[in-house]
Design a protein around this ligand. Structure first.
Ligand code: GLA
Length: 385
């Protein structure tokens, strides 16, 4: 983990002013994928990979953004109408615009971004960037950040400015994360309950290193959303109370199956069963019923692979390799899919052996070295200097 004060010296050198420093975490979702935009349930945890945003106010109307990861500086004049550039700066710029639209008075600023969240790995590097930038912009201009409002505005920035039609999960958990806990979030009411992760377990994330190109991923992701919307339109003809797939029961789905083309039926079956699994998983974790945890995560992976069709051979291989080992209480793909990472709940005494096994076998089969991260669940966005 970066010591935040380390960022102060390069910031002063670059911008000639002392910064305030904020950070927001990446996330891993234990279960409940592609349910958030269907107003269903998710169970993510914020993880100890952070995006840091150091900031100072400027006297002119410029947003000067520097990325330490890319060694790149981009300046955006704030006076003219700001357009999308399809670069990383769309995230902080989109956030700036949303905050301003929401009535916050902001000015020009120097923004220095340094992120530990692996990019394009499905661990929400974009939400961490958005949320850290939002906290920094609000803080430096003297506004108090309300976590729920920040989460909603950052999601809106990603939907309206960046053009990715994401749900609320990533931004929500980046703002509300809690040490040692996952959050059981109802994406309709936005009420959540903290679910303690059993002490003996470690969250181990295995990165397939398959990076779906951002644009392609957005297209596939947006297609899935459109399929869900089309299914609702068809189902609502007979069941007007179905406003989102959240409102559909398994029984409703089966009795109205003939309203849906085969693909849409499968998409719905994933969402309906995944919502049930999220609630069952929260319950199983609280009862320390690790057999049930393992079963639910396996079912979730199969459902994402076969019904929602967002897995890929490398993710399936990672899950299969994890299943071979003792001490593994669950393995599944996590996040949007199409590449990225698996999440594994591993008994702490078995972590070293697990890592070794995955690293060796994945390399032997694919020719690629996977990255493996042993994570902790952490608190949400905050000022650190
Ligand atoms: C991405 C989106 C989230 C969610 C997941 C899939 O991470 O940003 O809103 O839809 O995919 O669960």
């Amino acid at each position: 983990m970066v010591d935040p004060s380390i960022l102060a010296a390069p910031f002063v050198k670059r911008f000639g002013a002392a910064p305030q420093i904020y950070r927001a975490p990446g996330r891993v979702n234990l279960i409940g994928d592609h349910t958030d935009y269907n107003e269903g349930f998710v169970l993510p945890a914020a993880i100890n990979f952070f995006c840091y945003a150091a900031i100072s106010a400027r006297t002119d109307k410029q947003l000067v953004m520097f990325s330490e990861n890319l060694s790149e500086t981009i300046m955006a004049p704030l006076s003219k109408s700001i357009g999308r550039s399809s670069k990383w700066t769309d995230y902080p710029l989109g956030v700036f615009l949303q905050l301003q639209n929401a009535g916050f008075t902001l000015g020009g600023a120097n923004l220095y971004i340094a992120s530990e969240v692996p990019i394009g790995a499905g661990l929400s590097s974009s939400a961490a960037l958005e949320v850290s930038a939002a906290y920094a912009l609000l803080g430096v201009f003297g506004h108090q950040a309300d976590p729920l409002q920040v989460a909603k505005l950052c999601q809106k920035a990603e939907n309206d400015f960046v053009g990715a039609n994401c749900g609320i999960m990533d931004q929500f958990v980046a703002c509300h994360g809690l040490a040692e806990h996952a959050l059981l979030l109802d994406c309709r009411s936005l009420q959540f309950q903290a679910i303690r992760i059993p002490d003996s377990l470690r969250i181990v994330i295995c990165n397939t290193m398959v990076e779906h190109k951002l644009v392609a991923e957005q297209n596939d992701y947006n297609t899935r959303r459109a399929e869900c919307e089309e299914a609702i339109r068809l189902l609502a003809q007979d069941m007007p109370h179905v406003r989102a797939l959240r409102d559909l029961t398994r029984n409703d789905l089966e009795t109205h199956r003939d309203l849906l083309p085969g693909t849409l039926y499968k998409r719905c079956r994933h969402v309906v069963t995944e919502n049930q699994r999220v609630e069952q998983m929260a319950d199983a974790l609280q009862r320390n019923d690790l057999k049930q945890v393992r079963k639910l995560m396996a079912e979730s992976h199969r459902s994402l692979r076969d019904d929602y069709e967002v897995s890929c051979p490398e993710l399936d291989l990672m899950v299969m390799l994890a299943d071979q080992k003792p001490g593994v209480h669950g393995a599944r793909m996590t996040g949007a899919g199409f590449g990225g990472c698996t999440v594994n709940l591993v008994e702490h005494t078995h972590v070293d052996e697990f890592r070794r096994h995955i690293a060796e076998q994945y390399l032997a089969t694919t020719g690629h070295n996977p990255e493996i991260y042993v994570c902790e669940a952490v608190g949400g966005a905050a000022r650190v200097l």
